[in-house]
Every structure is written in structure tokens, then in C-alpha cells.
Design a protein around this ligand. Structure first.
Ligand SMILES: Cc1cc2nc3c(=O)[nH]c(=O)nc-3n(C[C@H](O)[C@H](O)[C@H](O)COP(=O)(O)O)c2cc1C
Length: 329
């Protein structure tokens, strides 16, 4: 049976975060305190089906040890969703990424929540929530399902609404026989500026019980510890909890003993962790596929919470190469 259906309850998921949750960071989190499920960064199917494919593949790259990874897709053309879903389900995309021995993604997720202007103005991602785009949202779901042909589970990650909360969106999605649905408890308009509305995720949970008890439901927004996630899952009847930015404040967020455990990490242990991540980054992206500046987000995560951290960060963030960075560390 597919891994996704064998997950414990509640299961914990590291949220997809563009330019953050690449294979390097996922492996780092897995070593520290692994969630049950990972997502890739979102990757554009229309781009993957264009001459620009080579450049985008880095977003899907993963290591053979990563056994529980869902590929997240976005785009506009249903036929491209179908084609990429086919390539994922039959394992050909994983082979193109250099993976062998049947190593593959465990599912495909559709991004219907990203609020960025560049995506939304073309009608993609969170714009699919709008009533006028619902037909296209349905076509994208059906095309992806056709491509997967029951070989891998299909899920959607979305928000509570576009300009305002719109529960009709969930009535629509829950009638699509999805394997999993992740609800980020904010509207597109709210971006990340207001606290996540868990009571409304609870409303979606009630709808799920009525319309689609077979669809796994995952709640997302502002979760900072495993204990808090467990409490929210119990309170709102959810199967899973997704954590995004909480991992920046505490890389051990998925561990049972967090958050106290991270606070006890010494300066040396923190520097060592960053060194390990930079080393893996240098080994993985040898052709410079990733800008070194994407590491600066992690610098703030590890080089933090001890005397002299601010000054050390300033130096580290100025480094122009990974060799320089490692030397400084
Ligand atoms: C830097 C960053 C990048 C993100 N990229 C994606 C993405 O590629 N796909 C996606 O579905 N959500 C993306 N998100 C949204 C997160 O997955 C998550 O829904 C959001 O951060 C709320 O969860 P949190 O409060 O636990 O962070 C991103 C968020 C951040 C902060």
C-alpha cells in the first residue's frame, strides 16, 4: 500500500517552502527530527513541458534516502499536469533525476494556495479558488488523476478562500475524491499577516466527515510544536498537521521533546549543524544550481541564541562561496 495511507495519526508534514525545502534541507530535518511526510517546493508543469525543463528539475531533485516525498505541482494547462503526473507515476521522472532501483515520489500534490502576484495574475495557484476559475481547477484535478491512473495518491493544498473565506470551495474539492487535502487557515488576501483560523479548518473537517470521509485532512498554519499540533488535530478531527515556518524557530519541531530541546543546543552544536548543511549543499549543488544566498535563511536558524551570533551571522551572510563559508564556520 502507498506510504501515504499507512501514516500514523496524527501525521506530521514539513510544508513545501520555495527556495527552502530542497533536498538538502529536507535531509537535514530528517536527520534532526523527521516528519512523516515531506513535500517538494512547487514546480511549474508548463515549464517542465517546455525547453526550460532542465532548469526546473532541481526543484524535484531528491536523494534515495528520501522515502516519503510528495511532488508539488502548479501551472495552468491540464494537459501538462497529466503529462507530468504520468512521468511521476511511471517512475520516468525519478529516473531522469538520476534515481534508480524504483526510488520514487509517494504522491502528487496540486498547489492551489500560493498567493504570489506573479502566479495569481495568470489565474494559477490561489487564483484557482475563485469561482470563475473553478472549472479550470476541476480540469487540472481530473487531468492529474488521469495521468496518475491510480498509481499514486493525489492531493491538493489550498487556503480558506481568495478575497474572503469561501466554504463552497471545500464543497467543490471534497466532491473530487482526493486522497488528501491540506488547508492553510488563511485566505489569499490575508497572505501570512493574520493568525491562522483553526476554527474554520474545523468547519472544513465537519464538511469532510459528511462529504468525503475517505479524504485525509491536514491542517496548516502557525504550528510551533508537536504537542500543539497533536492538540489541534484532536480538537478539529484532523489526520495530519503541516508545519512550515515553525521549523525556522525550532529545527527539532517534529521531535516529541521540542521546543525545550532546541534551546539546550550549544553554540558548537548549532555551528556544527550549519556546517553539515552547508557541506551537503556544496556536495549536492556542485554546478551552482542553487544560489549561495539561499543559505542565508538557514544561517538565521542555526547561528542564533548565543553571544556573538549577530556578528557571526553578518560575516557568514557575506560569504561568496561555500568554501569561504565553511572556512569561516
Ligand atoms: C518561504 C516560503 C515559501 C513557501 N513556498 C510554498 C510552496 O512552494 N508551496 C506551497 O504550497 N506553499 C508554500 N508556502 C506556504 C507554506 O507551505 C505554508 O502553507 C505557510 O507557510 C503556512 O504554514 P506555517 O504557518 O506553518 O508557516 C511557503 C511559505 C514560505 C514561508
Amino acid at each position: 500500500m502507498n506510504y501515504v495511507f499507512t501514516l500514523p495519526r496524527p501525521f506530521f508534514v514539513l510544508a513545501p517552502m520555495d527556495d527552502v525545502t530542497d533536498t538538502v534541507f529536507r535531509q537535514t530535518v530528517a536527520q534532526l527530527a523527521a516528519p512523516d511526510l515531506f513535500f517538494t517546493e512547487f514546480v511549474n508543469v508548463d515549464g517542465l513541458m517546455s525547453p526550460g525543463r532542465g532548469k526546473l528539475l532541481k526543484k524535484l531533485r531528491f536523494a534515495p534516502e528520501e522515502k516519503n516525498l510528495v511532488a508539488q505541482l502548479w501551472g495552468l494547462k491540464p494537459e501538462n499536469f497529466k503529462a507530468i503526473a504520468e512521468q511521476i507515476a511511471d517512475g520516468s521522472l525519478a529516473r531522469e533525476l538520476g534515481l534508480s532501483g524504483g526510488c520514487n515520489f509517494v504522491g502528487v500534490d496540486l498547489n492551489m494556495g500560493c498567493p504570489a502576484k506573479s502566479e495569481v495574475q495568470n489565474g494559477a495557484c490561489s487564483a484557482l479558488i475563485k469561482k470563475e476559475n473553478r472549472e479550470l481547477a476541476g480540469q487540472i484535478i481530473e487531468a492529474t488523476r488521469e495521468g496518475l491512473a491510480d498509481r499514486l495518491p493525489l492531493s491538493v493544498k489550498t487556503r480558506l478562500g481568495f478575497s474572503e473565506v469561501d466554504l463552497s470551495w471545500f464543497e467543490f474539492l471534497l466532491r473530487k475524491n482526493l486522497d488528501m487535502l491540506t488547508v492553510h487557515g488563511r485566505t489569499r488576501k490575508e497572505m501570512s499577516k493574520v493568525p491562522a483560523q483553526w476554527d474554520l479548518i474545523g468547519e472544513v473537517s465537519k464538511m469532510r466527515a459528511q462529504l468525503a470521509p475517505q479524504t485525509l485532512l491536514v491542517g496548516n498554519g502557525d504550528v510551533e510544536s508537536r504537542a500543539q499540533g497533536e492538540q489541534l488535530a484532536a480538537q478539529y478531527g484532523l489526520d495530519g498537521i503541516m508545519v512550515g515556518r515553525g521549523v525556522f524557530a525550532n529545527p527539532l519541531v517534529f521531535a516529541a521533546a521540542s521546543p525545550e530541546k532546541w534551546e539546550q543546543y550549544s553554540k558548537e552544536e548549532r555551528i556544527n549543524l550549519y556546517r553539515q548543511q552547508v557541506t551537503l549543499f556544496a556536495d549536492t549543488w556542485q554546478a551552482g544550481e542553487r544560489n549561495i544566498k539561499t543559505l542565508n535563511k538557514f544561517c538565521k536558524v542555526y547561528i542564533n541564541g548565543f553571544d556573538g551570533a549577530v556578528k557571526m551571522r553578518e560575516q557568514l551572510m557575506d560569504a561568496q562561496t561555500t568554501a569561504e563559508l565553511l572556512q569561516l564556520l
